[in-house]
Design a binder for this molecule. Structure first.
Ligand code: 26V
Length: 828
């Protein structure tokens, strides 16, 4: 049976199956206190999850013991977002027992797929950045790195999206009830301080010291989540902090004084800190609660890391030899300041020694060049919330600017550009500057992006520190979830050809598939798998939208957060253009047309009106086009609501073509582009982010590239304002049709159109429209040559080895963290 992860004998399988069943029944009957006779699918999920959880816990404990015992250098990955998705399927596949569970459940009258789909997604992230963190955890465990993730345990993950009359509505995502994957550690708590003031005093040697007397204390409670690696016993830890009122005297006093209501209110204030994930991606709003979240999580994690280090009784100077901390964007930048504070204020180290330790420990990954996403905090806000940290930030800045002044005497502009403090009203703290100054390595997430940060936003820092502090590590994805789990049939076919599943831990082995490109039987199977995956998606579409789509059509997919820079508006204008063309055709001409389903999905930040009107336009176009009988199957427009990780697992394997069409230079990397190609879909895209490296790997004959290049963007934007702006004539026809009311009340779309026609078309929709439309015509043509298309699909998959998250993790380990995997013997 090619689907079996390990070859096992008949006896062994029966033994494992009955062992699983025993555990399952025990959990249903005792842990869940249910009778087997009223065990529904939800209980079947819980029973299965609990049975697998038991296995994970054993290996998890052993892994932690092993890591403590060997005392090697460890990695801590600090991220405010971990977009994990579901855990059960992943756990079953990683321990190699999904077939055992399938057989065992079938025997009890359940389908494993039904049980799996009961699980609520763990959606503690916005998009690419959060999902990257989750892929990191998977790879670090699979490669046996001693590594922990640290994050926040949000009570509400990213909101659930509902589409009501074409508009996005946001529903809170309360996800924590009966979550079997987290373990509260009520014994692991840290008191976190806020507000108050700083006392200055002299110690017995006459040295000036500082102590921070806080005005508010909140307790951080650890919740641990086991992270199993694939085919290894290593089970790492993700520690999420939850906020709780501190059980200090203060509260007791209030209770004792009979002020019960106000004491309970304080409790609620404390719990607010970890209540909700901020749903903006790429927009910084400077809310105090967000800063509180950041400090709460950084301080708790740092306390935990330092406590663990101190148990080893090593000298402080060894800290960076034992610990690497990676900052996922600037959100955890306060960790830099907090470590410096601990070392000088609490542990009594000298400034310079402390700072050497700090910079030796941290690495910073930048994920965006969009100016509106760069984090800044107002000085008065920081002064109030974190008075001691602000002092330390000023000191870091002082020493830094002094050193810059020495190297670039009298360059006042340089000093003001690189200063941590922006001299605005109010003054602002630039978090990226702290992150760069406080880290030994700064990296971007794709080649173009890393070049851009070096030549634009961080240019001055390259001059100051030299090019070695800046590096590139192109993103990747875990092939376990994004191939094996999402597309089991394709994974099995590949395993059949390559003689096993080793490609899942060495993705470069995929290159052996190229030898089979011309193998007719193989091609047939490949194409049948895609067809089946499209059927599976068609069923999902029917379920969530009510629309029936013809699975023979070309499935054209764009799923990602809705943002002007990602240009879903370009896509939907292209769809309208296609519709107008179809309407103008004769019946005879229409017969030659390739039927197409344009599939969209993604959430808009709740306060981002332009993104919301793009969603409304997509749904308005869908409402008209999908009921146009003259058009029928030739064009369907679908918006899949509440796009998330588990929907992505169904969508990615089912695309013929997917769209990665950001304005050149704006999408740092993109990672869904990799997921689609790894699943045998082709892509249409701009020369942006990782599209460029995907092209280099798979060959430019296997990708549909279009549009202006990053190097031309500035000039074009300038011309829009000063050279006059001419709207692309085909786009003008699209706008005319919208304005005439074809898709409902035109006023709903007025500002979307005005942003292009009147306000400078910042994202170059008009400039790229013609080349976009023409490229789609090529897509239609090439899709009709099914054999060629299949060859491209197979060749592309064969060349995707580079984009494994395992390669990414090893690059970070070698060039940033300087950590080694911990060898795990099979019998350990
Ligand atoms: C920024 C902010 C700003 C403050 C408010 C909350 C918030 C939340 C998230 C972010 C992160 C924006 C950066 C980001 O998500 N970048 C994406 O990172 C992916 C992984 O590297 C990459 O593939 C995408 O191209 C990039 O947009």
């Amino acid at each position: 049976h090619p689907r079996r992860e390990k070859r096992r004998g008949y006896d062994e399988i029966t033994k494992l199956t009955s062992c699983f069943q025993r555990e399952f029944v025990r959990h249903v009957e005792t842990t869940l206190a249910r009778s087997l006779y009223n065990c529904d699918e939800l209980a079947a999920y819980s029973g299965t999850a609990l049975a697998f959880r038991d296995r994970l816990i054993i290996e998890w404990n052993k892994t932690q013991q092993r890591q403590t015992f060997t005392d090697q250098k460890r990695v801590y990955y600090l991220s405010l977002e971990f977009l994990m998705g579901r855990a059960l399927d992943n756990a079953m596949l990683n321990v190699g027992m999904k077939d055992v569970a399938r057989d065992g459940l079938a025997d009890l009258g359940f389908r494993v797929e039904d049980a799996i789909s009961q699980e609520h997604d763990a959606a503690l992230g916005n998009g690419g950045l959060g999902r990257l963190a989750a892929c990191f955890l998977d790879s670090m465990a699979t490669l046996n790195y001693p590594a922990w993730g640290y994050g926040l345990r949000y009570r509400y993950g990213i909101f659930k999206q509902e589409i009501v009359n074409g508009y996005q509505m946001e529903i809170p995502d309360y996800w924590l009830d009966n979550n079997p994957w987290e373990f509260p550690r009520h014994d692991i708590t840290v008191d976190i301080q806020f507000y108050g003031h700083v006392n200055k005093y002299q110690d017995e040697h006459g040295k000036t010291c500082h102590s921070w007397e806080a005005g508010e204390t909140v307790q951080a409670v650890a919740y641990d989540v086991p992270i199993p690696g694939y085919r290894t016993k290593t089970t790492n830890n993700l520690r999420l902090w939850s906020s709780k009122a501190s059980s200090g005297e203060f509260d007791f006093q209030k209770f004792n004084a009979g002020d019960y209501e106000s004491a309970v209110a304080d409790q609620q204030t404390a719990e607010t800190i970890s209540a909700v994930l901020y749903p903006n991606d790429n927009l910084e709003r400077g809310k105090e609660l967000r800063l509180k979240q950041q400090y709460f999580w950084c301080a708790a994690s740092l306390y935990d890391i330092v406590r663990r280090f101190k148990k080893t009784n090593r000298a402080w100077s060894e800290f960076p030899d034992q610990i690497a901390i990676q900052l996922n964007d600037t959100h955890p930048t306060l960790a830099i300041v907090e470590l410096q504070r601990i070392l000088i204020d609490v542990e009594g180290l000298e400034w310079d020694e402390a700072w050497r330790i700090v910079t030796g420990t941290f690495g910073y990954t930048n994920h965006t060049v969009l100016p509106e996403a760069l984090e800044k905090w107002s000085v008065p806000l920081m002064q109030n919330l974190l008075p001691r940290h602000l002092q330390i930030i000023y000191d870091i800045n002082l020493f830094f600017l002094q050193s810059v002044e020495k190297r670039f005497p009298k360059d006042r502009d340089m000093l003001s550009r690189v200063s941590i403090i922006e001299e605005s009203h109010p003054k602002m703290v630039r978090m990226a500057h702290i992150a760069i100054i406080g880290s030994h390595k700064v990296n971007g997430v794709a080649e173009l992006h890393s070049d851009l940060i070096k030549t634009t936003i961080f240019k001055d820092f390259v001059e100051i520190y030299g090019p070695d502090r800046f590096t590139n590590v192109t993103n990747g994805i875990t092939p376990r979830r994004w191939l094996h789990q999402a597309n089991p049939a394709l994974s099995a076919l590949i395993a059949e050809k390559l003689g096993g599943y080793d490609f899942l831990t060495d993705l470069t082995l995929l290159d052996k598939l190229e030898a089979f490109v011309d193998d007719q039987e193989f091609r047939k199977k490949w194409s049948d798998i895609k067809a089946n995956n499209k059927l599976r998606l068609a069923r999902l579409i029917k379920d969530v939208t009510g629309y029936s789509v013809n699975p023979q059509s070309l499935f054209d997919v764009q799923v990602k957060r809705i943002h002007e820079y990602k240009r879903q508006q370009l896509n939907i204008f292209g769809v309208i253009h296609r519709y107008l063309k179809l309407k103008a055709m004769s019946a005879e001409e229409r017969k030659k047309v390739v039927p197409r389903v344009s599939i969209f999905g993604g959430k808009a930040a709740p306060g981002y009106w332009m993104a919301k009107s793009i969603i409304y336009l997509i749904n308005s176009v869908a409402a008209v086009v999908n009921k146009d009988e003259e058009i029928g199957d030739l064009l369907k427009v679908i918006f899949i609501e509440d796009y998330n990780v588990s929907k992505a697992e169904i969508i990615c394997p089912a695309s013929d073509i997917s769209e990665h069409i950001s304005t050149a230079g704006t999408e740092a990397s993109g990672t869904s582009n990799m997921k689609f190609v790894l699943n045998g879909g082709l892509i249409i895209g701009t020369c942006d982010g990782a599209n460029i490296e995907i092209t280099r790997e798979i060959g430019e004959q296997n990708i549909f590239l279009f549009g202006n290049l990053a190097e031309d963007v500035e000039e074009l934007r300038h011309r829009h304002f000063y050279g006059g702006f001419t709207l692309d004539p085909q786009l003008k026809r699209v706008f005319d049709s919208i304005k005439s009311g074809t898709f409902g009340d035109a006023s709903s779309f007025a500002s979307l159109i005005a942003s292009i026609e009147e306000h400078g078309d910042y994202y170059l929709v008009s400039d790229d429209f013609n080349s976009y439309v023409e490229t789609h015509e090529m897509v239609d043509k090439e899709f009709q040559n099914r054999e060629e298309w299949l060859a491209k699909s197979i060749t592309s998959v064969a060349r995707m080895g580079f984009f494994s998250m395992d390669r990414v993790t090893n690059e970070y380990a070698d060039s940033i963290w300087n950590v080694e995997p911990l060898n795990v013997k099979d019998d350990a």
